[in-house]
Write a protein that binds this ligand. Structure first.
Ligand SMILES: Nc1ncnc2c1ncn2[C@@H]1O[C@H](COP(=O)(O)OP(=O)(O)OP(=O)(O)O)[C@@H](O)[C@H]1O
Ligand SMILES: [Mg+2]
Length: 323
């Protein structure tokens, strides 16, 4: 369960204050599928970054499964992200030098999952997104839709309970958009909580609950008109708590205990060769700015002009690791 109360985020740009979030109060229950809609600049990514513990609010409280996030150290927040949250971004954010297989494997390495189990889970995830025949391809050898499917596989391979998708179809054609939306619907049916950010009303209409932002405030929430008993959008047959499909190995999201958060995730790290020369601090968190910066330095990315570079760095803060 996600509970945001009176969240404010203010950016200071010279003399100007930008109220990116201006008192957002929002509860998202386990297994919900919520679309966050709003025009460009309305605060959607800022909200997602706070929900995903990629950024912190200036004011207000944020509890995730009863745990106040601001009480956690950066390290603990990073572990929480890695164990509990799967991210999907508009720009895919795959590491360009790694194959599809290696990109999907990465979060499992951070979790210290054994090589044998990693192989099983990576292949299972890539099969789920219908890419078992592209495991050795690098991102630049894949179409946009395929790259986003790799990113979905990377997000689901850790069996996160919460999936955050920021404009996941923003760079895709209508066919690939349909594929990705079907995959997201499947993830929701399997019991994941899904938060989908979009400015596209047609995409948003596929979510049972829609929350609209305007200038950093929630101006409508379709759940507000729904009787309490109807708000949980998962049908009994799909609800993991309904008693059906009780085998936790069947891809069901795992809840994270406090002891998991305290535990050092690197203790059983079994790093394959292709990662051993990476900066270990950056490698501690695939979404850290340092990883993002490394990714932006990749030879595949054209040199940005100073103006677009500063835009990119602001995108990085927004999206964790855009480009
Ligand atoms: N790092 C930053 N520094 C200063 N202002 C920022 C920063 N990040 C975001 N903003 C401002 O905060 C507001 C909300 O930005 P945000 O990225 O959350 O919007 P958005 O709804 O995701 O827009 P889009 O649909 O274009 O992605 C905008 O006015 C933006 O200019
Ligand atoms: Mg955005």
């Amino acid at each position: 369960m996600i509970e945001l109360h009176d969240i404010r985020k203010i950016y200071q740009l010279g003399d100007e204050e930008v109220h990116a979030l201006d008192g957002v109060t929002l509860t998202i229950r386990d297994h919900e599928f919520v679309a966050i809609i709003g025009a460009s600049g309305s605060g959607k990514s800022t909200l997602m970054n706070i929900i995903g513990c990629l950024d912190t609010a200036d004011e207000g409280t944020y509890m995730i499964d009863g745990q106040e996030v601001s009480d956690l150290s950066e390290r603990q927040q990073s572990i929480l992200r890695n164990r509990k949250i799967g991210f999907i971004f508009q720009q895919f954010n795959l590491l360009p030098k790694l194959t599809a297989y290696e990109n999907v494997e990465l979060p499992l390495i951070y979790q210290g999952v054994s090589a044998h189990e990693r192989k099983e889970r990576v292949l299972e995830a890539l099969t789920k997104v219908d890419l078992a025949h592209r495991v050795h391809h690098r991102p630049n050898q894949l179409s946009g839709g395929q790259q986003q499917r790799v990113a979905v596989a990377r997000a689901l391979v850790t069996r996160p309970s919460l999936i955050l998708a920021d404009e996941p179809t923003g760079n895709l054609d209508s066919h690939s958009t349909k594929d990705i939306m079907n995959l997201l619907q499947d993830l929701h049916k399997q019991g994941n909580t899904l938060v989908l950010i979009t400015h596209d009303n047609e995409i948003a209409a596929q979510a049972p609950r829609r929350v609209r932002l305007f200038d950093g405030r929630i101006i409508s929430d379709s759940a507000a008109d729904t009787p309490d008993s109807m708000q949980n959008s998962v049908s009994p047959g799909n609800n993991p708590d309904s008693g059906q499909d009780s085998d936790s190995s069947a891809g069901r999201p795992e809840r994270l205990s406090d002891s998991d958060i305290q535990q050092n995730p690197d203790s059983s790290l079994d790093t394959p060769d292709h990662l051993s020369n990476q900066d270990s601090t950056a490698a501690a968190d695939p979404l850290s700015e340092r990883t993002a910066a490394a990714e932006n330095r990749s030879a595949e990315q054209p040199q940005a002009s100073p103006r677009s570079r500063s835009h990119e760095s602001s995108e990085n803060r927004n999206g964790g690791d855009a480009q």
